[in-house]
Design a protein around this ligand. Sequence first.
Ligand code: NOJ
Ligand code: CA
Length: 563
Amino acid sequence: MTTLLPDDRAISSSSSTSSGDWWRTAVIYQIYPRSFADSNADGIGDLGGIRSRLPYLAALGIDAVWLSPFYPSPLADGGYDITDHRDVDPRLGTLEDFDALLADAHRLGLRVIIDVVPNHTSEQHPWFLAALASPPGSPERERYIFRDGTGPDGSEPPSDWRSHFGGSAWQRTPDGQWYCHLFAREQPDLNWDNQQIRDHFIETLRFWADRGVDGFRVDVAHSLAKDLSHPLRSQPHLDSRLPLDGSDPLYDREEVHEIYRSWRTVFDEYDPPRMAVAETWHPTSSRTYLYARSDELGQVFDFSLLKAEWHPGQFRDVITRSITDHAGVDGGLTWVLSSHDVPRHATRYALPVGTDLDAWLSSNGTALVIDEETACRRARAATVMMLALPGSAYLYQGEELGLLEVADLPTDQLRDPVYERTGHRLKGRDGCRVPIPWTPEGGSFGFGDDGAWLPQPEWFGSCAVSVQDGRPESSLELYRQAIALRRELRAAGATGPGDADISFAWVDSGDPQVLRFARGDGWECIVNFSANPVPLHGEVLLRSDSRPGSLLAPDTAAWVRPV
Ligand code: NOJ
Ligand code: CA
């Protein structure tokens, strides 16, 4: 494996402000720490494992890694339930390990973004333990959202709010009061009307920024500001028919933006300023990009591409809408195909449009057996397309290996709280969190020296990094090639793919099944969703299949320079 990069990619801690905009066009690789690499054979990925694989990531050509939570956590929600925002879970390492990882990453030219989870803590957080031990109305309870119940004896929840993971968003405590949790019962929501909470997170941002982290991914960014006025307002529909005008009591309220304006002043204390990206699963609307305003977070995940199925009309619509919406606020444009929260995109694209993914997963992937070649072809094409779009692209670990969703995890091995909270109706998100394969053999396919915390299927071995490394037709080599070319074009031209200049135009391909778009200086990307090959004119710079020739096969994409 290639491990070294030219010295000019190294990032020094005193990078000048001129590099402050690096994130606008970056390729950012998401690491789910427990599933990336295990350095001490306990079956759990850790910071030492990540550190040992940094050369692999540098050689992939990415600009930054985003680490999902590595903080101390009882793991009720895969680490998004935190007991200490300023430490490392002992199973994953120490603060010294974190510093060493950061230093190595910077030496290799990689920036590091970390998750900040401000909506809730773990039920084991000292604050929550203190709240339970204190009486109703106490300052300890004021850090969370405690309320008396309704009904004659207070035995009904205070409101109809629902948890994203199923069931009521209220849990009763032994003394009869209830507390709010928009996710698992073990994740009590914080009260952002409390100044102490605001101060705590400002200090937490400084704690990590002082250590040198380059940015933050803000979990559930749209939920911090809630309308908690008495009586609590009804909010019966959590995921459907949500108001998109900021009037919901729980989501995307105007007041939330004030919080991010205060965070921006902290980010701008640093040189270069720290970046941030908001995570919001609120339905995408013209309000989504407001989080990306330059006096707020700068970027927001645009999940509309991730939510689109393999369909040219859907792809075209979301790309057009994203570019239009983003332009209104001059924020960073983002694209995502996969994450730790959704089935892997290779699998999604092999299923017919309209498939109920949850039902399919509940059948262990047997309701419809996917064609793996189709899955792989389409996933490669989508990646080639995404990397041609202006803005920044977020990759999820293992997608570069063309991994499919592990749809048949035995239910007694599932760890995602979604499975239990929905009464086993939904299998949850473990199928994309299975530890990734590095070698074709070994106890856990090179993930560690022994087992892995989620069982890996036999077929993982054939997708291993070492199997794909150096094989020109492999998915891994396609990612390396595409990312390198994207970087080259950006450096060479004012408006190549990925350039800061958001120049983008649809080109009429003459066939609605074939998408074609041009970047400012004439680069074009063509994606063939049709069942027939289409002719390619011009110089082919990159193609998602490894076939030579002047035809673009079905389910493939290419970058061309028209003549
Ligand atoms: C979004 C995270 O991506 C997801 O994994 C988590 O369960 C929820 N936020 C709650 O923190
Ligand atoms: Ca370990």
